[in-house]
Design a protein around this ligand. Structure first.
Ligand SMILES: Cc1ncc(COP(=O)(O)O)c(C=O)c1O
Length: 390
């Protein structure tokens, strides 16, 4: 006799949520890449670069795959130390520490450095990993309006100076494509004794004279802040570097739980990252091309009367609002061979579902032109934000 299968309370609750998300256009499906890339973070087109692949393969052949342990145990390698020294030079900091993901690096920095009695001032558009890092820390969390330095200053003054204060921002915001006023934050932190923590996830490799990020581009003295630099986006590999003063790096090595209690990344990634930094140093034309293509797409979209927020970056959000319509536009573009994804809550605030268009240096001018026309057409089809071209 077939065993009777009963639905328990947990399964019922989960199924109900999944059904509700499906009904409101919020159910995610996992979809491998297909079509021309207008959605990834491979901004410099390095993820499949032959030099990086070759150096990775050689390193795997030499060193094997897994690291076999935490960096504090048998997982440590000279190659991690070498790439950290190189990355610190790249950022102009005393030290750097490599983590197996940017999410973990953000958790590590905030939960280790911020303590009870401290306050973390966090931009309201910050990435989930910064939000969770602040939540998991014992510090008080104060959320300030996006990019609003005056309101931040007011909130900091209001909060008083009980413990240490941290200002936490992304340098280039991942879902909005706009930039933080880093120089103003640096001045505010300097005058108030607060610490500035900057997530350079979408800027490292791209901005500044040497490509080290927006801190460099904004002229912020690298010694005055701690940055988190993911290596799986423009750098094309994976993991993330925390860059900052030696005392902060030494402290993270002792106490950052995502560092201490986690198996080190595959050591060959250090060699791949070395190749990636070679390319960033030797081929500035990649980031210049990226900037030119981003400008081109922004102006093509404006000509097609698509509402594009002001800015210059390679991340271009097209805010649609409604979940289903955002998915419909993304699907229409996918059907035309463009890999565009709809971004919906909770990744963005309610009623701001959007297409997050990202440009990469491997696209051609011709493709950018075709894409702009297709996007304008797809938006018009669902009656969104495009006035008919005259
Ligand atoms: C701003 C920001 N910070 C951190 C992360 C996490 O980095 P990783 O993907 O390496 O975990 C992301 C990833 O999307 C991000 O957009």
């Amino acid at each position: 006799m077939a065993a009777m299968r009963t639905v328990n309370a947990l399964e019922a609750r989960v199924r109900e949520r999944l059904a509700a998300w499906e009904a409101s256009g919020l159910l995610r499906v996992l979809r491998p890449p297909s079509g021309i890339d207008f959605s990834s973070n491979d901004y410099l087109n390095l993820a499949s670069h032959p030099l990086i692949v070759e150096r990775l393969v050689q390193a795997v052949a030499r060193e094997g795959c897994g690291s076999t342990g935490s960096r504090l145990l048998r997982g440590e390698r000279a190659s991690f130390q070498a790439i950290e020294r190189r990355f610190a030079r790249f950022k102009g900091t005393e030290g750097a520490l490599y983590f197996s993901s940017g999410f973990l690096a953000n958790l590590a920095v905030l939960t280790t450095l911020a303590e009870q009695g401290d306050a973390i001032f966090s931009d309201d558009r910050n990435h989930a990993s910064l939000i969770d890092g602040a939540r998991l820390s014992a510090a008080r969390r104060v959320v300030f309006p996006h990019n609003d330095v005056n309101e931040l200053a007011r909130l900091m003054a209001e909060a008083g100076a009980a413990g240490h204060r941290f200002v936490v921002v992304e340098s280039l915001f991942s879902m909005d494509g706009d930039m933080a006023p880093l120089a103003e934050y640096a001045r505010l932190c300097h005058s108030t004794g607060a610490s500035l923590i900057v997530d350079e996830a979408h800027a490292v490799g791209i901005y500044g004279a040497t490509g080290s990020g927006l801190l460099e581009a904004c002229g912020v003295d690298a010694h005055t802040c701690i940055s988190v630099n993911t290596a799986g986006k423009a750098l094309g590999v994976g993991g993330a570097f925390v860059a900052g003063p030696t005392w902060a790096i030494d402290y993270l090595i002792q106490r950052a739980r995502p560092f201490v209690f986690s198996t080190a990344a595959p050591p060959a990634l250090a060699s791949a990252l070395d190749a990636s930094l070679d390319i960033v140093a030797n081929e500035p034309e990649r980031r210049h091309r990226l900037a030119a293509l981003a400008r081109q797409l922004r102006s093509r979209l404006a000509e097609a009367r698509v509402a594009v927020p002001t800015g210059t970056s390679q991340i271009i959000p097209i805010v649609i609002g409604d979940n289903e319509r955002a998915v419909a536009v993304a699907s229409a573009l996918q059907a035309q061979g463009f890999d565009v994804r709809a971004i919906r809550p909770p990744s963005v605030p309610p009623d701001t579902s959007r297409l997050r268009i990202s440009v990469n240096a491997g696209l051609s001018e011709e493709t950018i032109g075709h894409f702009a026309v297709s996007l304008a057409g797809a938006l018009r089809e669902v009656g969104v934000c495009c006035a008919a071209s005259s």
